[in-house]
Write a protein that binds this ligand. Structure first.
Ligand SMILES: [Zn+2]
Ligand SMILES: [Zn+2]
Length: 69
């Protein structure tokens, strides 16, 4: 793989599920949003019991994994 367009690169934040176009963008996001504190999962998906760190993350998870609910 000699060269990859930025548009083709996606990185996924394991903590909140957001998508980024590069590892750098993901790293910057994590610096901003997931540093300095332990983010204990606070939300539980009622469908699959997955734990998520925030309401926004839960909504993103449900939109992606349970779109029919
Ligand atoms: Zn994140
Ligand atoms: Zn779920």
């Amino acid at each position: 793989m000699p060269f990859v367009e930025y548009d083709e690169v996606e990185a996924i934040c394991a903590d909140c599920g957001r998508l980024f176009r590069s590892e750098d963008a993901l790293a910057a996001h994590r610096e901003e949003s997931h540093t300095g504190r332990d983010e204990a999962p606070t939300m539980t998906c009622p469908t699959c019991q997955r734990k998520l760190p925030s309401v926004a993350a839960l909504r993103a998870h449900r939109a992606r994994d349970h779109p029919k609910d």
